[in-house]
Design a protein around this ligand. Sequence first.
Ligand SMILES: [Zn+2]
Length: 315
Amino acid sequence: MLTRPICAAYLRGKLPTRDPFCFGHEFVADVVAVGDEVAHFVPGNRVIVSFLIACGTCRRCLQGYPAACLTVPSKSAYGFGIFGDWGGAACDLIRVPYASTMMALLPDGISVTDAASAGDNLSDAFRCVADGLEEEPGAPVLIVAGGGGAPSISLYAAALAMSLGSEQVDYMDSDRERLTIAEAIGANPIEAKSPPKRHGSYWITADTSGHPSGDWLATALNSTAPYGRCTSCGIYHGVTPVPLGAMYRQGVRFTIGWANIQSLMPRVLNLLAAKAVALSKIHNVVPWDDAIAALKDPPPKLIFVRNHEAAAGRQ
Ligand SMILES: [Zn+2]
């Protein structure tokens, strides 16, 4: 179970919530019991679970948009106190509704820690780069992490783009720690203390800053090649300026919103099974009992492992 920044932000009182609630929205777990309607899973399976709750059978789910599921209330999710009483992963047992489509088996050969974030951030990062690289194999990618609103998604997107064959992955950030990790995974680090108006021209750009000024977002949008793809994973609140005039003149395919995790997880797991992705350089793994201490000064991505020895033995 993870995560930073969400858990850390809650602990610091920086996100709105109702008290009390159980946090933890990304997790790998062992199945201990299944209901009568659950297909494909049995007790003993190790599974990855989508953070967003969706039925898997309504019109929107079948169209590939579980984030717009018509059966459950909008924004139903684990681990976010304001999004319903679905529970969180920082607990002993968690109930998974619609389990037949909410879960995926952990494939052989993929470690628990590599898969730990597939239920949200890793899949979110995947959607930033995968379709663009399928469309134009080898295309250069620009990740605009800026102030680091979604630090792990930034680094995941860079690592995934490398594995998916991008010939150049440029990673722009103001944070030295993340720039060092980006370089370690093979990306080209670009240190920027403030957002440039534009940085080159890329078929694929991603904004993961979530900065309320919109300035880093504008850098990503203005750096997108004509009719290229720009995806934003930053969480914005209120009104954020967007350079629509430049986007119109340039032609930008812009995507923003919750990632449709159930549609993405199989593709992410297929990639992890087929190719090396430098996730271990991004992850900081700590035992469950050390979680609270680690969250006080979190690195870009924390993973907490319960029964650490047993989990390690299954990697
Ligand atoms: Zn649905």
